[in-house]
Design a protein around this ligand. Structure first.
Ligand code: FES
Length: 59
């Protein structure tokens, strides 16, 4: 489960977190690594925040 972050692509916040842990540094690269790409763009600021938070926790 988990909150849907991107409605257009049905991506959950957890999916984006996992992509960030796997090396994605921005929404574009995160979505690409999940086989998707931003469409409407509404989710991009939230995705950017999630990725930044996840990267900040990496050591
Ligand atoms: S909600 Fe993510 S591209 Fe539309």
């Amino acid at each position: 489960m988990g909150m849907i972050l991107c409605v257009c692509n049905a991506l959950r916040e957890d999916d984006v977190r996992a992509a960030a842990r796997s090396g994605a540094t921005c929404p574009n690269s995160a979505y690409r690594s999940l086989g998707r790409r931003p469409k409407c763009g509404t989710c991009v600021p939230a995705a950017r925040d999630v990725i930044a938070a996840e990267r900040a926790q990496q050591i």
